[in-house]
Design a protein around this ligand. Sequence first.
Ligand SMILES: [Ca+2]
Length: 572
Amino acid sequence: MLAHRDRRLTADATILFSPLRCWKCSLGGALAIGNLLSAGVALLAVLLLSALTTASPPAQPNIVVILADDLGFSDLGCYGSEIPTPHLGALAHNCLRFTSFYNTARCCPTRAALLTGLYSHQAGVGHMNQDQRLPGYRGRLNDQCVTIAEVLRPAGYFTAMTGKWHVGQNHGVAPWTRGFDRSLNAAAGGFYFASHPKAALFLNGTAITSDDPRLPKDWYSTDLWTTFGLKFIDEALAEKKPFYLHLCHNAPHFSLQAPAAAIEARRGTYQAGWDALRTLRHQRQVEMGIIDPAWTPAPRPEAIQAWSDLSATEQDRFDHIMAAYAACVQRLDQAVGDLVAGLKARGVFDNTLILFMSDNGGNAEQGPNGRTVGDPTQGDSDWFCGESWAYLQNTPFRSYKHFNHEGGIATPLVVHWPAGLAAQGELRSQPAHLIDILPTLVEVSGASYPQAFGDTPILPLEGLSLVPAFRNEPLKREAIYWEHEGNAAVRVGSLKLVRTGRAGKWELYDLAADRTEQHDLAAAQPKLATDLAARWQAWAQRAHVEPAPEPTEKPAKKNKKKQQPAEPAAAG
Ligand SMILES: [Ca+2]
């Protein structure tokens, strides 16, 4: 393991109490009450207002960020799914869901952007964890960024991380070198069962075996990350500190593995097939107000067969695949329920801000047939859901993980914070991105974002605090940008320019009218397309997207008989 330089924070880290936590009793709310009162009781209103706005602010909130891996836009019940996810549903129905929350389309870049509030290339992780000797592609978090933990710890937080790291532990960049007081992590994720051949864990920076006596016997990783998250929370509470828990699940990433009972419980559900289930998910999304009925659901790609054309044997195999995937999602939801119960048992649930998100959209790797090697109840199996089910997972959008059409980059964001947010089951349509999480946490915690670590300048934040969006106010943002493997996009207002691959033609969509990207306006609006392309190019140069490495993976093969996803199987 390479040595990593000391990253003790030297910048000002004065703790400021945020006014945010008082907004249930905010000036605006008090004035609204005042407007309802007659002139005869105006004096009483003034007194009331004075009392409310001078009350002591509550303590800093605890914060938990939960990141799922390869979970598609429609895979939670509160986003339209048939998969039972009642615990995440309860969080959503008791607070907020975002309908236009974006990731970076892939694992490592998403984790880098989430941790740093920068575009992933700026943090050195434009692709995966290989060092390609270019500023945007070092395969690890660089020294020009700080992590959420490095920002919150100086503000008094106890910082803990569990689960998949994947931002350069192979280059010496690990949770314990980047601000986390405690960690139980996998360097790059990718396993569910203790018996998995690659089930390697690190406990507070020390490699441990999967049968270490400090771990539960025969653990399942989805549960393990939560169990240790709560252990670390107990340490924070013992030290009387607010806590930050960065909880990164492997689920529902391939290789899909779950206990037999969990898979059996979902068997048969998927005999309905992707066509009918996608229609049902879309109907529920429209009923919930998540999806505008005017948007035409993206049609089934040519490579995916009509369900009715499959033999009974094929249908049974596909049902089994999706049952395994659904079991992984359901166990993830149960782990969220365990976390919630643990927070309630410790009396800290109400003042804990929970943010749940996914690192990229549904994954089409292994093509329309997926992959079924071995028994998915065992650690040595290798199952992929494949493109046919990824098409369901990303309902009603186009495309998949890796790509910058909405199916690759749009995933859920569930927000829950009883002590800080009055919303009950509300939706937020403001476009938002992973780069916004760190600025949001800076605002709610009263932490400071540093300008430097020692003599090393830190890049200014790219994201915006989502606190105004929590209040359903607009976010004042010029643009959001994407790039991954040559796939690229820029969104300005409701306009989105997007391409597939470096040689791909730019497509232009008005997402307000056409979020499913069915009507390319590039030919009809050439100046708009040219202007947006120029903005993307300027960002690409500024944000270290360029210079880009030579592609090392096969480019997309377009419509070569059956269209295949562009990328070979790879972790992420
Ligand atoms: Ca992923």
